[in-house]
Ligand binder design. Structure first.
Ligand SMILES: [Zn+2]
Length: 289
């Protein structure tokens, strides 16, 4: 199975008013949900493995599973390592055939982020894979931080221009007010900053923290220049809730495991299809053939 690189899968939506959904997986059912949704919607998919939810020891098996599912459905897909912190993780992912890696040095000083990202770009480009980096820092919705701290974490336009030029990175995750997981209050997206970053950088722009963000905010972000949106919490919670409900129905010894996990897979598929529709990626698979 040949995955498209992250650069290849994002290229058709740059400058257009649609984005590619990037969804994390950690097992068979979440992989099938992404692939089923993509096949039903004829939408491109970025399938991501997030080290916090899928330990490195499981990657070889997961990669084979993802390859097999993507082949079954014959969809345009990229396989991306989400939030790698070290070059060791990246080297291992590239060995296993990932077509894209994200290096997250977003909390390091700018010079260190540039150095680490440049090295990741060298490693990935040597095997024909793509790299996403993060500039500014997308935090976690649960964390309590001050307004000033939050402002300081937003991506600076002058730094972004320099970062992209010096690292040769293929996609840039920007911090414009979204946060990972669930928000404590209402998110406040800095739309003006998206427009400025779009004007300053020609590569695809990525939004992390796509979950729990109002639909109209995501639409506006896409129209202003976002090309890839990472979504996990909005899939993970309904997946787990459906599984929990299926297990709570009666005596645990009587549970039909295929039905229980199948219900969770079905729910995740339904959510991902809603997201594909929102992002405007439905029917776009034909652009890759
Ligand atoms: Zn993220």
């Amino acid at each position: 199975m040949k995955f498209l690189t992250m650069a290849e899968i994002l290229q058709p939506c740059v400058g257009k008013d649609w984005a590619v959904g990037a969804y994390d997986t950690f097992n068979l059912e979440t992989t099938q949900a992404i692939v089923d949704a993509s096949a039903a919607d004829q939408a491109p998919a970025i399938i991501m493995i997030y080290p916090n939810d899928a330990p490195q020891a499981e990657w070889p098996t997961l990669v084979r599973l993802i390859e097999s599912e993507v082949e079954r459905a014959n969809i345009p897909a990229a396989l991306v390592l989400d939030h790698a912190k070290t070059l060791d993780e990246i080297e291992y992912a590239l060995e296993l055939g990932f077509s894209g890696v994200m290096i997250d040095a977003s909390l390091a000083p700018l010079e260190q982020n540039i150095a680490l990202t440049s090295r990741a770009v060298e490693l990935a480009h040597a095997v024909g894979a793509s790299v996403e980096a993060e500039l500014g820092h997308v935090g976690v919705g649960d964390d309590v931080i001050s307004e000033d701290e939050q402002q300081a974490h937003l991506t600076r336009v002058d730094e972004a221009e320099r970062f992209v030029r010096e690292t040769g990175v293929d996609a840039l995750a920007i911090s414009i007010g979204t946060l990972h997981g669930l928000y404590r209050g209402k998110p406040h997206l800095d739309f003006e900053r998206i427009a400025q970053l779009r004007a300053a950088c020609s590569i695809p722009l990525v939004l992390h923290g796509g979950s729990d963000t109002p639909d109209q905010d995501l639409r506006r972000a896409i129209e202003l220049g976002i090309d890839k949106i990472n979504i996990w919490t909005d899939v993970r919670i309904p997946f787990l809730q459906t599984l929990k409900d299926a297990l709570a129905g009666g005596p645990i010894g009587k549970v039909n495991v295929h039905e229980a996990f199948g219900a969770a897979r079905g729910k995740a598929t339904e959510i991902i299809r809603q997201k594909n529709k929102l992002l405007g990626s439905v029917g776009k698979a034909s652009q890759y053939r």
